[in-house]
Write a protein that binds this ligand. Structure first.
Ligand SMILES: C[S@@+](CC[C@H](N)C(=O)[O-])C[C@H]1O[C@@H](n2cnc3c(N)ncnc32)[C@H](O)[C@@H]1O
Length: 197
């Protein structure tokens, strides 16, 4: 049975009508690095349950668009959002924007994807890194020149090494562990701005 820590951010998310506490991680990153703008076209890998989609949908506005994919069944609570399209898909089966009904690249690539954790740290780190590597693999197909990205990473020596190798793809490249991340968590986010397509 799942166990939810009902901390400050969990309660705040409920009160603010967000579907998950993760929204405060994206909010902090976006406030600090100005990732998402009005009218942007955004893809959110691993969107479920959808707090990042809720936040991004508001931020891009009616003339922007958010496309979310997740291996989990569609979250029907997000269906009223008119500028959002959702797909039940595995990132490992996605290689083109056309598979997501898009005929153009995105201004922003988001990924909060996390593997099902086993409790064995090295296995979880490897699975997280596979997801991170896949996002970087599809970046040339999905992200426009000068676009921005935010990707969640489980920290490990291999992940640090891999991420350092990708640094030159962006004009600005930062790592951040948001304040709302649980202190025991080994996750952090890599933030790239100004993609050099
Ligand atoms: C931490 S949750 C995302 C929370 C979300 N950002 C929000 O604000 O509600 C991580 C998600 O990654 C998804 N995921 C894991 N592996 C995936 C894969 N191979 N393809 C697509 N989504 C995946 C999981 O199903 C899970 O819903």
């Amino acid at each position: 049975m799942g166990f939810k820590v009902q901390d400050h951010y969990f309660k705040k998310a409920k009160k603010d009508d967000f579907l998950a506490r993760s929204v405060y991680k994206l909010e902090e990153i976006d406030k600090k690095y100005k990732i998402i703008k009005k009218n942007d076209f955004v893809v959110d890998f691993g969107y479920h349950p959808g707090s990042w989609v809720q936040y991004t949908s508001r931020k891009v506005g009616v003339d922007g668009k958010v496309i979310g994919i997740d291996i989990r069944p569609l979250n029907k609570k997000l269906l009223p959002l008119k500028n959002v399209s959702l797909f039940e898909k595995d990132i490992f089966d996605v290689d083109t924007t056309a598979q997501l009904g898009a005929d153009d690249k995105f201004n922003v690539v988001l990924s909060d994807m996390a593997p099902n954790t086993t409790g064995m740290r090295s296995v979880d780190q490897d699975r997280s890194l596979n997801l991170v590597e896949k996002v970087f693999e599809v970046m040339p197909v999905f992200l426009r020149e000068n676009g921005n990205m935010v990707i969640k990473v489980f920290d490990s020596h291999q992940a640090q090494k891999f991420l350092k190798e990708q640094k030159s793809m962006f004009k600005e490249y930062d790592f951040l562990k948001p304040k709302s991340t649980r202190s025991v968590s080994k996750e952090f986010f890599v933030i790239g701005r100004g993609y050099k397509a």
